[in-house]
Write a protein that binds this ligand. Structure first.
Ligand SMILES: [Zn+2]
Length: 318
């Protein structure tokens, strides 16, 4: 017994003209590729990791539903530029297909590196602490067209409305299909998993503030079925949005309660277990998640940063 969970990568039919194919990540857990079947071919929403295993699984899944990747795939819509969503892009481009993404992702999507000097000022130990998986920079092929917020597009048989939802990445988009009540939420809203929202360098100013505004932005949509980037489809969007906001508020409350005992670095706050991502991820990534929370509280005027030559601590604002 390995203790490792077994996952299915079989395509699942969501409608006659819409399938989801779960594709393996490095640890075997799935990321979803959605396949919309139109009169002129197949149109994908997200294309898995670029690994041989993931791309072979995508091709096998497309064969299972009666099509051929090389012959039939006409386009890939990339919801955001993390490497577990972009994998099929080069193959689609090589076959003359279109690749679409929000204009901010086409430049910033592949730029996911950590600025270690910045993280050391926030208390990261010189050796960087335990390692684990991190998103690495990777080649992001140039999309054929950039998408804008509010844009409407025909994608296979889907009539999609682009909903720009920055936070998880600067140019993440959700896709609303109002006539069917579908919402593709990618990594912005998942059924159970919290969405990672991180600060990796000194530049990105307030990703958690952006994320919470993007969560609110979905409240006005009429949605029966949510189609996330990882995990199973689900219903009850509004309840899930409430839950996400409550979980984040809880973390913000814990940080402020801790700082009542005196200033702390972001790294010291990692002792609060409710702030930690439960996956086996690198310490620098855990730290980048805490920093997003601190920066949000700072933007609300609740905290202030105390900067010395080598270290930044946070204190409650008076
Ligand atoms: Zn992502």
């Amino acid at each position: 017994m390995s203790g490792r969970k077994q996952f299915s990568y079989e395509p699942e039919r969501l409608a006659d003209d819409l399938y989801v194919i779960p594709l393996p990540l490095q640890d075997g857990s799935p990321v979803n590729s959605y396949v919309s079947i139109g009169r002129d071919g197949l149109f994908l929403v997200d294309g898995g990791l670029g690994s041989e295993q993931a791309q072979a699984t995508l091709r096998a899944g497309i064969r299972t539903i009666g099509y051929d990747f090389d012959r039939d795939v006409r386009g890939l819509l990339v919801t955001h530029g993390h490497n577990d969503h972009v994998g099929a892009a080069q193959a689609v481009l090589d076959r003359g297909g279109q690749v679409l993404a929000h204009h901010l992702e086409t430049t910033a999507g592949g730029n996911q590196a950590f600025d270690d000097a910045f993280l050391h000022r926030h208390g990261l130990p010189p050796d960087g602490g335990p390692r684990g998986f991190t998103w690495r920079s990777f080649a992001w092929p140039k999309p054929t067209r950039a998408l804008e917020d509010g844009e409407r597009l025909c994608w296979g048989n889907l009539d999609l409305h682009v909903v720009w939802c920055p936070g998880h990445t600067p140019g993440l988009i959700c896709l609303h299909e109002p006539s069917r009540g579908l919402l593709f939420t990618t990594d912005h809203v998942m059924r159970r998993a919290p969405t990672p929202v991180s600060v990796r360098n000194a530049e990105h100013d307030n990703p958690l503030g952006e994320y919470l505004a993007s969560v609110d932005k979905l409240r006005s949509k009429t949605v029966q079925t949510v189609l996330p980037g990882h995990g199973r489809p689900f219903h009850h969007l509004r309840q899930r949005l409430d839950q996400i906001q409550a979980e984040i508020q809880h973390q913000l409350d814990l940080i402020q309660a801790h700082l009542r005992g005196g200033p702390a670095t972001a790294y010291e706050l990692l002792t609060l277990s409710a702030l930690r991502d439960r996956r086996p991820i690198a310490t620098r990534y855990q730290l980048s998640l805490v920093l997003a929370r601190l920066r949000f509280l700072e933007s609300l005027g609740r905290l202030r940063a105390l900067e010395s030559a080598h270290t930044i601590r946070y204190a409650l604002a008076e």
